[in-house]
Design a protein around this ligand. Structure first.
Ligand SMILES: O=P(O)(O)OC[C@H]1O[C@H](O[C@H]2O[C@H](CO)[C@@H](O)[C@H](O)[C@H]2O)[C@H](O)[C@@H](O)[C@@H]1O
Length: 262
């Protein structure tokens, strides 16, 4: 029998689709965006889990897709980047934004240049269709950054501002980690599975809500208010959870009879 709300076949074993955030979830937070350290074995571990899940494994991140490819090389996963602005589907096709909104994001970043010139501790990350203003090296400038971002985004109502860990970002209106998760869930190999989304930050909340509305679960790393129904302690536990869910899926599917790559 099929559950009318979620589309899951109730007679079949529960098949999972795993979605995970990157910064603060798969890797520890670092002082600067380019300084994150990826555990040496992480790409192999994630690749193994993806194989066990029949490729129903994706990263949903605020970073650009290329960034994640570089950090997880040689692994190429389905990825939603820049808070849902870019998406590489499981079949490898990439969805992006119109050039117009990409140019508008560049323009928004240019409006921040005077603030940067006066405050070398600040970092602006320019993405295709999104902009992040980091103040981790200058926490006393948090309020000034918020004011500057609001001012820079004021000219273009196609952007929404979102706050993350020591960062304020502009992303296109109507796009989020939630819209990205829902888009994956409409396509193979994710469709018909139970979504699990793991994240640590406020920008992950849309992903938790989407996963739960689709009959799955959100898992929040760390403390703080959240819509997620479950919590997890730290990055090491996320690695162990992904490995465990991969193993479980493999056993459910095959009864452990098939040969598995390690
Ligand atoms: O959605 P995520 O994968 O968690 O990405 C969110 C943002 O992460 C990065 O910034 C954060 O991590 C940096 C490195 O640890 C840290 O220095 C910074 O303070 C954090 O905000 C990334 O640079 C952003 O582009 C992502 O949107």
């Amino acid at each position: 029998m099929t559950d009318a709300r979620t589309g899951h076949d109730e007679a079949a074993p529960a098949r999972l689709a795993i979605f995970t955030d990157f910064d603060g979830t798969l890797v520890e937070i670092a002082e600067r965006p380019e300084e994150v350290k990826v555990a040496a074995d992480l790409p192999r571990q994630l690749g193994r889990a993806a194989e066990q899940l029949d490729s129903a494994f994706a990263v949903i991140t605020g970073r650009e897709i290329d960034d994640i490819d570089r950090f997880l090389s040689p692994l190429h996963l389905p990825i939603a980047g820049a808070h849902g602005s870019q998406r590489r589907r499981a079949d490898g096709a990439v969805e992006g934004l119109d050039d117009d909104i990409v140019r508008a994001a560049d323009e928004l970043a240019r409006r921040l240049e005077p603030l940067l010139a006066d405050n070398p501790g600040l970092i602006v990350e320019r993405k295709r269709g999104a902009v992040a203003l980091h103040y981790r090296q200058a926490p006393e400038l948090e309020q000034a950054c918020k004011v500057a971002m609001n001012e820079a985004a004021r000219f273009d109502d196609r952007f929404t501002l979102v706050e993350g860990k020591m960062v304020i970002e502009a992303r296109p209106q109507g796009l989020s980690k939630g819209t990205a998760l829902r888009a994956f869930m409409r396509e193979p190999p994710f469709a018909g599975r139970i979504p699990v989304f793991i994240g640590d930050d406020t920008t992950d909340e849309d992903g938790f809500v989407a996963a739960q509305e689709l009959g799955g679960v959100g898992i929040k790393l760390g403390s703080g208010p959240t819509a997620a129904r479950m919590r997890i302690a730290d990055v090491a536990s996320v690695h162990a959870l992904i490995q465990g869910l991969g193993d479980l899926s493999f056993r459910e599917e095959t009864g452990g009879r098939q040969h598995q790559h390690v």
